[in-house]
Design a protein around this ligand. Sequence first.
Ligand code: GDG
Length: 404
Amino acid sequence: ALAERSCAPVRLDERDAELYYEGFSNSALWPLFHGFPQHTRFDEEAWEAYVRVNERFRDAVLALARPGDTIWVHDYHLMLLPSLLREALPDASIGFFLHIPFPDYETFRMLPWRRELMRGVLGADLVGFHAYDYVRHFLSSCRRIVGVENESGTLFADGRLAQVDAFPLGIDYVRYRDAARLPAVRRLVAELGEEKGHEGCKLMLSVERLDYSKGIPERLLAFDAFLDRFPEWRGRVVLVLVTVPSRENVASYAALKKQVDELVGLINGKHSTMDWTPVDYYYRSLPFERLIGLYAASDVMLVTPLRDGMNLVCKEYLACHDGGGGALVLSEMAGASYELHEALCVNPFDQEGVVDAMRRALEMPEAEQRRRNAPMQERLARYTSEKWAREFLDAAADVKRRQA
Ligand code: GDG
C-alpha cells in the first residue's frame, strides 16, 4: 500500500519508536519549542534513540536517492537528518522545514544537545519556518551557539552557502470551499442546527488535537466567565468542543485529558438547564465530512492556542465560509495571526480579552463578518499549500544556483 503512494517505510523497533517519538520528539522538543519548560524532559537515553532513528532515516533515504534529486526533510522529529545526509551526499539539494515555532535563544539554549541540533539543521541548503519571528530566533541561536553569522538570512555553514527564510503554509483552499458546498454537507449543517439543545442557539466551535499548546482549559475557563458575565447568552449559545486524541502515552497529555473532562463537567454542571447544555464535548477524531459540516454550521470559530507554529484549522474554517460570514477569534500566538489580522485577535492568556472577543464575535453583524473575511479568504485562496511547496522548492533550486 505504501509503495502505491511512492512511500517507503522506516521500520523501528518498539522501544526505539517510543523513546524517539514519545520521548525525545514529544517530551523534549515539542514542549521546549512551544515554551512549556514545565513539560520538558531531557533524557539521555531518549536523545540516543533520536540520533539512532535519524540515522535510520538517513539510510532509508540513501537507499533511494538518485543524483539530481531534491531532498526535503520535515519537522522537529528529523533535525539531525540534513547534516547526516550532507556527509553522505555533499552536493545534494537538501531543504528543511520546521512546522512548529522556533523558540528564542534563552529557551533553545536550555537544550543539552543544542549544538548538535543546530549543526544538524545547518546541513540543509534551505531552512524554512512558518514565520519571520521563528527565522529571527533561529538566526540568533545560530550566531550564539555555533558562531555562524548571517546577512539577510544568507549564511555560510562549513563554507557552503545556505538560506534561512519564512514560508507560511497554506491549505488546499478549493478542497475545503467545495466540500462545504456538497449537498451531503449542507444537509449536515441543517441537521446540526436542529439537533436537540441547538435550536435557537449560535454555535461556537473549537477543534484541535488534545494538546497543552492549544489552550483548551484556558478557553473553557473563558467561556465559563463569559456565561457569568453575559447571562443573557445562556440558552442561546453552544460551545462545540472537539478534541482529537493525541500522544496519549505521554504523561502531560493524560493529565490534560483529565483536566478538560473535569472542566467540561464543571461548566455543564454549573450552567445547564433542562433543555440546554453549554458545552457539547467530543473526544474523538471526526470524519472529514462531519468536520466540514461543523465548520460550515458554526457562527463563531475559536482558535486560541497558547502557542502554535501556524494553525490550519482557522484557515480551513474561512475556506468553508468562502464569500460569506462567520466570525473568527484568533490567538496572536498562532503563526496564522501574521496573515489573518482581520480576525478578532486575542491574547489567549488574557481571559477578559477572550471573553470580550466571544461577545463581539457573537454579536457581530453579518456585513462586518463578510467585510473582515473577504481579504483573508482572498489571501488564503492565493497562498495555497501547493503554492507554498512550489515556492519552497524554487527557493531551494535558487540556493543551488547561488552556490555554483
Ligand atoms: C502542526 C503545528 C501547523 C483536526 N481534527 C480533526 C481533523 N483535524 C485536522 C485539521 C487540520 C489538522 O488536523 C490540524 O492542523 P493544525 O495546523 O491546526 O495543528 P497541528 O496538528 O498541531 O499541526 C501547526 C501544522 O503542523 C502544519 O505545519 O500549522 O502549528 O502544530 O488540517 O483539519 N481532521 C479530521 N477530523 C478531526 O477530528 N478529519
